[in-house]
Design a protein around this ligand. Sequence first.
Ligand code: NAD
Length: 260
Amino acid sequence: MLKGKTALVTGSTSGIGLGIAKCLAAQGANIVLNGFGDVDGPKAEIAALGVQVAYHGADMSKPAEIEDMMKFAAAQFGQVDILVNNAGIQHVARIENFPVEKWDAIIAINLSSAFHATRLALPAMLAANNGKGWGRIINVASIHGLVGSAEKSAYVAAKHGIVGLTKVTALENATTGVTCNAICPGWVLTPLVQKQVDARAEAAGISNELATQQLLGEKEPSLQFTTPEELGALAVFFCSAAGNNVRGVAWNMDGGWTAQ
Ligand code: NAD
């Protein structure tokens, strides 16, 4: 379905980003990976799906590096057709104790990076398909783009911000073939959440298993994690022809978290 298209997924060396990249690659899209840590493993996993894969190590908190990454992607594959703004970090603390540098980093990586990648991707998307435009911008927000949780001020502010950015991006391009939508996962067991499980287990002196059950039980009626593969399938739907007129939605995959 996506043969000949190129998808750039930020923060795709791990977790949700890697899961989405694999689902898009399985549909035939060439992939530009980004993120820190092990690169060879994720690259090999994508290449095994029979598509071309490239990597750029831009730090998503740095606009100049994002600009360099977008130029690199265009040089490698012609242009970016699908942009998945996924890179994100978390820090948990009450507002009066929240480190200022953590606030700045979360706003830069979880919110401003999506603005920069989007503004740089849009011109080529709007010119595609003989000027009629074709493009998909998918913002990985969170259930925290829709509701709050204590001790997550920067994260909740950034995620509410990215849901707003999604709506404006969708509206500004509503008469074109470029759509923009957000995905709002509840709990997904990635390194980002494993850190929160570990902290909970240590603070309460309980097992990892019990801490996991408590974490899910507090918020998520299904008592189960959403998987990167399920989120990837939603991204593939947004990229399909059936998604042509899906514009500006923030779609929960949250085990009933916000139905309460
Ligand atoms: P993760 O820690 O597994 O992956 C984060 C990715 O972002 C990694 O590839 C990491 O290298 C990259 N990254 C971090 N800082 C970066 C930077 N400055 N520049 C470039 N790359 C950077 O986390 P995840 O859970 O897969 O999170 C991915 C996205 O999903 C985030 O935006 C997160 O807020 C969102 N999300 C996660 C959950 C969850 O439960 N895990 C729920 C809702 C939303």
